[in-house]
Design a protein. Structure first.
Length: 55
């Protein structure tokens, strides 16, 4: 699998999981905390996919 594709998959999975975290305290996916966690999850997903693809 190409490195570019892995990064896209990591960003998608990370942002989706990050956006679902605020549901633990009954906040909406489109609340401010949902957007922040989605962004953080996306960045972490990109970082993880880059590290996996590098090695």
């Amino acid at each position: 699998m190409s490195n570019k594709r892995m990064i896209w998959i990591g960003a998608t999975i990370g942002s989706t999981l990050g956006g679902l975290v605020p549901n633990l305290w009954h906040a909406g996916m489109f609340s401010m905390s949902g957007i922040v966690f989605s962004t953080v999850g996306g960045v972490l997903g990109i970082w993880a996919a880059y590290q996996i693809g590098r090695g």
